[in-house]
Design a protein around this ligand. Structure first.
Ligand SMILES: *Cc1c(COP(=O)(O)O)cnc(C)c1O
Length: 409
């Protein structure tokens, strides 16, 4: 017998949130001008792309920022300017999303997958082991689902092994380790502005660096022709002269329309972070009251921006988790499960990237087997958080009675 069902969550957890009306007006004015390319004749006005780069560099405190057409291409360009050569190994956390191993492949690299621990962070022991034995001179570290590993330990480890660190901050825009924004710990930091990241332009990416040599190469790779002078956040002409003609144009520029959409959203980041984290703390407290659910503790130095929440479910087999996820989703609580055998939506597993050399990561596989993931849209209220927790609780409670019955039939 089905238990009395409580209410359904009214809100769609996949809601990306509207672009605000002021931004729409600014974008409409830009559309009317037709000046959608970031370079060229601007008369008295200035392209949004150059302004966004300057504003983003100021926001994170980096010397340079470069607009790129996507986060995946930002990672690709980061690997190129870090000096990757065909066949070079790249250490990368195994719990990741498809554009990351994709960027390594795109740049001619070979992914060496590193285990994660139960808190979804790169496993420092496995990283040390693979840094010592693989011969890799690059680490592409994804702050996956916004979880930030001990950056002091990682920076020290990279130094010890002569490894160049690239940070993938697709899930950590606005987040810090200690007092420093993510993306500022390595040679290059990469960000995505795809719809489901912290600021939304559909597609888009940003790359940051303090190194003039790297920034100049990145600008040239994106395809600045001879118009790199139109950047505001840029190294000196002498640095460009060194690379002009040597660095190919890969046509990975950020469009002016994209930058126009992002500038007001960037100013909103602190307010967004406060809403996300308020909801995260509420959900975390409620979910941790359910005996079979554990939300991992965050490291004290982690000033995260939680646009999603992850938790482990205990005491359920694959079929039961599948059932749990389906039931929650039917009530509007769209939970993704990383243990699914076949890829679905964003829940890709390293085993699904069949172009990689097969690698055994038993610890990561075991952790992901019980890992559930839920988006936290900005429109979520504290009441909605309580409704979500109630739905999850009811689903687990109602599920286990009939299932136990079946076992003893
Ligand atoms: C979204 C994402 C990227 C790449 O971003 P795109 O802009 O979609 O190319 C990279 N890494 C992670 C972890 C992501 O989630």
């Amino acid at each position: 017998m089905k238990q009395q069902r409580g209410k359904k969550l009214a809100l769609d957890l996949s809601d990306p949130g509207a672009i605000d009306e002021n931004t729409i007006s600014t974008a409409a004015a830009l559309l009317r001008s037709g000046r959608l390319h970031r370079y060229g004749e601007y008369g008295d006005t200035e392209p949004h792309a150059a302004l966004l780069e300057q504003e983003f560099a100021e926001y994170v405190g980096s010397h340079y920022a470069v607009g790129i057409n996507s986060g995946g291409c930002a990672l690709f360009i980061a690997l190129k300017i870090a000096g990757i050569k065909h066949g070079d190994k790249v250490l990368v956390n195994a719990f990741n999303l498809a554009p990351v191993p994709g960027a390594i492949e795109h740049a001619g690299g070979v992914s060496v997958l590193v285990e994660i621990n139960a808190d979804y962070l790169i496993d420092l022991e496995d990283l040390e082991k693979k840094a010592a034995t693989s011969g890799a001179k690059l680490l592409l570290l994804t702050h996956m689902r916004g979880h930030i590993a001990d950056m002091d330990a990682i920076v020290a480890l990279c130094k010890r092994y002569g490894i160049t660190l690239i940070e993938d901050c697709a899930h950590t825009m606005g987040a810090k380790w200690g007092d420093t924004f993510t993306g500022r710990f390595g040679a290059v930091g990469c960000f995505s502005t795809q719809t489901f990241k912290h600021i939304n332009s559909g597609e888009g990416g940003l790359l940051i660096s303090d190194d003039a040599q790297l920034a100049a190469q990145a600008i040239l790779y994106t395809g600045s022709y001879m118009l790199y002078g139109q950047h505001r956040s840029k190294p000196s002409a002498a640095v460009f002269a060194k690379y002009q003609g040597v660095i190919p144009n890969f046509s990975m520029r950020m469009s002016n329309l994209v930058a126009c959409l992002l500038r007001p959203q960037l100013r909103e980041m602190p307010a967004r972070a406060a809403v996300w984290n308020r909801n995260y703390r509420r959900l975390e407290a409620r979910l941790n009251q359910i005996p079979s659910i554990a939300v991992p503790e965050r490291l004290p130095q982690e000033a995260f921006v939680a646009s999603s929440i992850q938790f482990a479910v205990a005491g359920m087999d694959a079929q039961q988790i599948e059932h749990f996820v389906t039931e929650c989703t039917a009530r509007g609580v769209a939970i993704k499960w990383f243990g699914r055998a076949q890829p679905l939506g964003y829940t890709s597993l390293y085993q699904h990237w069949e172009y990689l050399t097969p690698q055994a990561l038993p610890q990561t596989t075991a952790v992901l087997q019980t890992t559930c993931d839920m988006r936290i849209p900005l429109s979520l209220t504290v009441d909605d958080c309580d409704t979500i927790a109630a739905i999850i609780t009811e689903t687990i409670e109602s599920q286990f009675q009939p299932l136990r019955h079946e076992f003893h039939a």
